[in-house]
Design a protein. Sequence first.
Length: 408
Amino acid sequence: MITSFKQTYAPLFSVQPARSVFLCRLGARLAPSALPVVMLVLLREQGRSLSATGLVLAAYMLGSGLGQTMSSMLLGRFPLRRLVLTLALLNLLLLGGTLALIVAVAPIAVIGVACALAGLAEAPTGAIIRIFWEQVHGPERAQSAFALEIAASFGGYVACTLLAAALLAITTPEVTFALLAVGTGLSSTGYAYVLPTWLQFLEDEQEAPSGVAREGHAWRPLLVVFAVGGGWSLAFAVFEFILPAQLTDLGHPSLAASALALASVGGALAALAHGHHIHRWSVRRQMMLGLTLLAASLVVFGYLGEQAVGVLLAAGILVGLTSTPPMTLSDVWVMERASARVKARAYAVLGLAFFIGGSGGALLAGALMERFSLSVAASVAALVCVACAFAASMASEQRQDVPVAEIA
């Protein structure tokens, strides 16, 4: 099996800058993955309330989600290296300012605004690397690369959280914050320099009204992708909320982070396995099957998870194992359906759909757990997955007319 996986993923790094681009992209995710935990520790040590802490974390995540979308709109309009370097420096400065405000015990609203601005200054590394994979290897092999990206994202979340925990154990939260921010800045800077100069991002056409009409036509096939992706994110966010909440209610709060880490590891392994076979079937059919399996695992989780802690942990791993294929397929669906003119922005908008769905899922899960039970919350998430699977079944197999590589 290891040899088979190597045959799938090793060729992705046969092009000289691929390994460096991939590693720097992982490093650029240090702050977004680990800083929320560190900020939570910092603010709680100052005696800030949970609601105030939650406001700051929400502001940072909102800024990050919107920032990826907004900065992607600049791709093709400015030199790529200059754009990424500028955003990397701005992000580092704003994170430094945020840390200074926290240390100075500034009003929580001021800290929240600083966090949002720092998130807004993040470079669109996700959109860039997906364009990179497609232009380097073509659409078919890029599908496996997207699966590798999702696996690295889930695995990186676990690794970054563990790194933050280790740093917090040996040094102060303030130093941990600073080290993570600097590490992110250095990785983003390296990302700017290792990106090849031949990477293409097409600007929007400026003519009107014909340009506007073409723009609308380019986005129309992507609406179902964004809806399905947002629905998947909502369902998965419900799971991410109710798993630690149930463990806490059962008297095992120390297991909450470990349970989510185990589910994330399961998701990373599932993404790798899926990427090995992803190109063999149509994206739409895989999306229908993936969402149906996720719905089934959520039902199992909801109705067996109330039995005992061990069963709850095992059911959580099952959900993790079925969670990542729809996320990977959403990226592939964008690649197939988006024209080159809007593709970079489409990846960022998909990320924004994930964020909006995730935020809504957290709110929905809290309300359902408070009024009803674990099984009801999980069943609602499963119904959302079924609805998304139905939407995917109604979508056409439409693809972009012209591959990116053929457009000058």
